[in-house]
Design a protein around this ligand. Structure first.
Ligand code: NAP
Ligand code: ZN
Length: 351
């Protein structure tokens, strides 16, 4: 039997988000139906709904930082039972057979992963995300939220957490490494916490010093304003790794100049415009410029367990459904400290 969920979504690329009712598919043998309690607001929600990257179909309900409780499981589901605390991130399915799916990197699925919203699902419908009271997801894309993590503050781990954990781990953030984090927003503040927990020394590169106290409290040992030109002189060739979380284009050569020989700048921010790079910034110190896309399901579970072990969650502002449009404006104005999370219990009231 299909179920309905109260949701918040957009009817066009320019319309404000508004209350909607959406249908969720009947629970199949391998499906898990989840009562959503909280959903984080990621900048990608805004890029997608506003059509920054490519045109979309509407109505569209965003949200891919989903946590809740299992309400119902299909007959063949073995890993979850009603009442379990679970999460769903940016993907809800993939082919399961290609080399990347088999390697646990479903984000690189050859025919294409099914993303949590705005993506054609296997049954031909368009996926709808987590700004909603419920969702049905195949069990392989459901992760367990470890005991001890506050559910609301754990929601952002499902995207901001894994998107920063994955490159930090892959590029070896750890003791003896100096890691720069560009942008102290949702992803950036998670990068600071996780890099610090991995044992690295962290330098925040923010537009101004207005959030310096927070940056140091979150685990950075240095915090610099990129609006101050001396930052680029004083920190030249001093970092092993930089994670760029900025949603807009940046003068990449300046930031590449902060890397030591063999250093790497990993882009996770996804501006809609291309960024120029001078080849000399790379060749003359054998630097690399790379990118990273979320992380696989197995690695997402590993990240959640790592965060539970280190007591890491996001710093959040919990909001009601009626505040979603205002929260989006604040994200666009870099006025987020440091992730908005929707209390989905307020969606019913908004309907
Ligand atoms: P966010 O909360 O808005 O944080 C972005 C931060 O970048 C801002 O808080 C701000 O930090 C800085 N910033 C914004 N505009 C800037 C500008 N014009 N110049 C310099 N700095 C600027 O966004 P988010 O949710 O963390 O997402 C960040 C980006 O990552 C988005 O593009 C999103 O789509 C992308 N993303 C990618 C993946 C992936 O898998 N690769 C996953 C999730 C999100 P300061 O105020 O400190 O300067
Ligand atoms: Zn996201």
């Amino acid at each position: 039997m299909t179920t309905t969920a109260a949701a918040y979504g957009a009817s066009s690329a320019t319309a404000p988000l508004e209350p909607l009712t959406i249908e969720r598919r009947a629970v199949g043998p391998h499906d898990v139906r989840i009562d959503i309690h909280f959903c984080g607001i990621c900048h990608s929600d805004i890029h997608t709904v506003r059509g920054d990257w490519r045109p979309q179909q509407y109505p569209l309900v965003p949200g891919h930082e989903i946590v809740g409780t299992v309400a119902e499981v299909g007959a063949e589901v073995t890993g979850f039972q009603p009442g379990d605390q679970v999460g769903v991130g940016c993907m809800v399915n993939s082919c399961g057979e290609c080399e990347h799916c088999r390697a646990g990197e479903e984000q690189f699925c050859v025919p294409g992963a099914v993303f949590t919203y705005g993506s054609p699902d296997k049954d031909g419908t368009l996926t709808q995300g987590g700004y909603a009271t419920g969702i049905v997801v195949t069990e392989g894309f459901v992760v367990r939220i470890p005991e001890g993590l506050a559910l609301d503050a754990a929601a952002p781990l499902l995207c901001a957490g894994i998107t920063t954990y994955s490159p930090l781990k892959r590029w070896g953030a750890g003791p003896g490494k100096r890691v720069g984090v560009i942008g102290l927003g949702g992803l950036g503040h998670m990068a600071v916490k996780i890099a610090k927990a991995m044992g690295a020394e962290v330098v925040v590169l923010s537009q101004s010093l207005s959030k310096k106290d927070d940056g140091l409290r979150l685990g950075a040992s240095d915090y610099r304003a990129t609006s101050d030109k001396t930052t680029f002189k004083e920190l030249a060739a001093s970092l092993d790794l930089i994670i760029n979380t900025v949603s807009a284009t940046l003068p990449m050569d300046r930031y590449l100049g902060l890397l030591k020989i063999d250093g790497a700048l990993v882009n996770v921010g996804l501006p809609s415009e291309p960024m120029a790079v001078n080849a000399f910034s790379l060749t003359h110190a054998r630097r690399s410029l790379s990118g990273s896309l979320i992380g696989g399901i197995r690695e997402t579970q590993e990240m959640l367990d790592f965060c539970a072990e280190h007591g890491i969650t996001a710093d959040i502002e919990l909001i009601d459904a009626a505040q979603i449009n205002e929260a989006w404006e604040r994200v666009l104005n870099s006025d987020v400290r440091y992730r908005f999370v929707i209390d989905t219990a307020t969606l019913d009231a908004a309907d």
